[in-house]
Design a protein around this ligand. Structure first.
Ligand code: F6P
Length: 547
């Protein structure tokens, strides 16, 4: 795709938004709702069963019109088509970006470098299905013939956060005779704690790494392998206790895992977009192949919505544009993602990588430094816990924090009135954030004068509400695809490459340089800055001291 675009901040739509911002920046949600009693319905839409209420945002019809104009000026439609058609839109790595192919139904055709990739995707899904069924049924046994009870996924970043988040999210549907644990950190304590109470004979390791060169993952995998071989008394045990998920067969073989036990994916799947590929093997074993495929069909439904729905009713487009409005015009630096569901406890951590590794870029596609803000800081944690921790700042602090509230109309675990109480809190928070409580209202409650200012809520704090029926594998797929495409929409408008991650490289290179300096027997010749040199010397002095 070659669309030449005027610099973002010079476009008429951008300039019009700047002017519009000056006109409405003080407009209060109280006024907007008072002037339009239908606002709660008009500024809402539903797509593939996900209800999206964006009425509690500081926007008018004109804001939306201008934001949609901005999207058009960024050739968003052409860019969506380019992604779905397998064009190499990850320009710095010269790769196609085709996570959407991972959930394309059998029979669909998506061509990369002259080859339809959909049959390959389904061949791997079939291989995963067969393996998952054998582990779940006990047909696949460990070296000593015992069935597998625990699966340990060793991976980091996209090879950990996705399957971990989804395993927790879909735990309700998982086979409770099997447990999945996730080890990511190179800190040995994590692996030691994960293995502490396990039977090596009943433990299966899935080494998940797109590149199969990642220091953390390979270090953990080597230590796990030693643990396994020492306990089972033979190198032969590795074949029954280790499988790999990777794009790099050569490195998998080098590590000593038979490539027959390797589940493949492809360089056109970014790490943070990969948990619905073979990277989700641990999840498939936990919830079963059928539910995994339901999740994929949820992803696909949202993909199709994103690809075909008019921008005015397109959930990822609206979510992305509203985010741009606060990020680039109100100067909001962060977005809080607040799921009101216990099972979504790891969603925000997952979205941090998805969003921040994708859109945390300071140069545009031409390599020029941008003169506008790009990706926001994503943070948050589930529901009412947050209310008793950081919501104070969202309600009454000096910073504007747009929030995404995510909730469900039905609970998977009906227990007394718990769910109504949970959702009452959910609705109450978005109401309080939007409308606040004026000083007059506070005083009218009989609050002593010295407290009135402290107990006043300005309101006008924006929120999105994302509401679905209940949490199923399919709903999770829809939700994740919603955020994947929201990130894409924003990256497109900011004209950045959302699919590379060069920003993580420097730290890796420097760490490799420091490793021998920490380990050498003789005093190393340190040539870092004075802070780093001093810290390394102090560490060397103390590292061997008794605990
Ligand atoms: O260092 C960042 C990163 O490259 C992520 O993008 C990726 O998800 C993670 O490391 C793990 O990489 P791999 O799957 O190749 O081990």
């Amino acid at each position: 795709m070659s669309v030449s675009l005027t610099s973002l901040t010079q476009r008429p739509a951008w300039k019009a938004l700047e002017e519009h911002y000056q006109n409405i920046r003080h407009l209060h949600l109280r006024t907007l709702f008072a002037e339009d009693t239908e606002r709660g319905k008009r500024f809402a839409c539903e797509g593939v069963g996900i209800y999206f209420d964006y009425s509690k945002n500081r926007i008018t019809d004109e804001t939306l019109r201008l934001l949609l104009e901005l999207a058009r000026s960024a050739a968003l439609r052409e860019r969506i088509d380019a992604m779905f058609q397998g064009e190499k839109i990850n320009i710095t790595e010269k790769r196609a970006v085709l996570h959407v192919a991972l959930r394309a139904p059998r029979g669909q055709s998506i061509v990369v470098d002259g080859e339809n990739v959909v049959p390959e995707v389904h061949a791997v899904l079939d291989k995963m299905t067969d393996f998952a069924n054998r582990v779940r049924s006990g047909a696949w046994t460990g070296y000593s013939g015992k069935r597998i009870r625990t699966i340990i996924n060793i991976g980091i970043g996209g090879s950990d956060l996705g399957p971990f988040m989804a395993y927790e999210a879909l735990k309700y549907y998982s086979d409770r005779n099997l447990t999945v644990r996730f080890v990511s950190n190179i800190d040995g304590s994590e692996l030691v704690e994960a293995l502490r109470d396990l039977e090596p004979e009943e433990t299966l390791f899935i080494v998940s790494s797109k590149t199969f060169t990642t220091l953390e993952t390979l270090t953990n995998a080597r230590s796990a392998r030693i643990w396994c071989v020492e306990a089972l008394g033979s190198e032969q045990a590795v074949a029954k206790h280790f499988v790999a998920v990777s794009t790099n067969a050569k490195e998998v073989e080098k590590f000593g895992i038979d490539t027959a036990n390797m589940f493949e994916f492809w360089d056109w799947v970014g790490g943070r977009y990969s948990y619905d590929s073979a990277i989700g093997l641990s999840l498939m074993i936990a919830i079963g192949p059928e539910r995994f495929r339901q999740m994929l069909s949820g992803f696909h439904a949202m993909d199709e919505h994103f690809r075909t729905a008019p921008f005015e009713r397109n959930l990822p487009v609206l979510l992305g544009l509203i985010g741009i409005w606060y990020n680039n015009f109100f100067g909001a630096e962060t977005v809080a993602v607040l799921p009101y569901d216990h099972y979504l406890g790891h969603l925000t951590a997952y979205l941090q990588q998805l969003d921040m590794e994708s859109d945390g870029k300071h140069v545009d596609l031409q390599g020029n430094r941008v003169n506008y803000q790009t990706g926001p800081i994503i943070w948050g944690q589930p529901g009412t816990n947050g209310q008793h921790a950081f919501y104070q700042l969202i309600h009454q602090g000096t910073k504007l924090i747009p929030c995404d509230f995510i909730g469900f109309c039905q609970t998977l675990n009906p227990l007394g009135h718990h769910h109504d109480l949970l959702m009452a809190n959910f609705f109450a928070q978005t109401e309080a954030l939007a409308f606040g409580k004026t000083a007059e209202e506070v005083a009218a409650d009989g609050v002593p004068a010295f407290q009135v200012a402290h107990r006043t809520f300005e309101g006008n704090r924006p929120t999105n509400t994302i509401l679905a029926d209940h949490l199923t594998p399919e709903t999770l797929g829809k939700l994740i695809a919603l955020y994947e495409h929201k990130v894409f929409v924003q990256g497109t408008i900011w004209q950045i490459d959302s699919f590379d991650q060069w920003g993580v490289e420097l730290g890796k290179v420097l760490a490799n340089r420091i490793v021998p300096e920490l380990q050498s027997g003789s005093e190393p010749n340190l040539t870092h800055d004075s802070s780093t040199n001093t810290l390394i010397r102090r560490y060397r002095e103390l590292r061997g001291a008794e605990l």
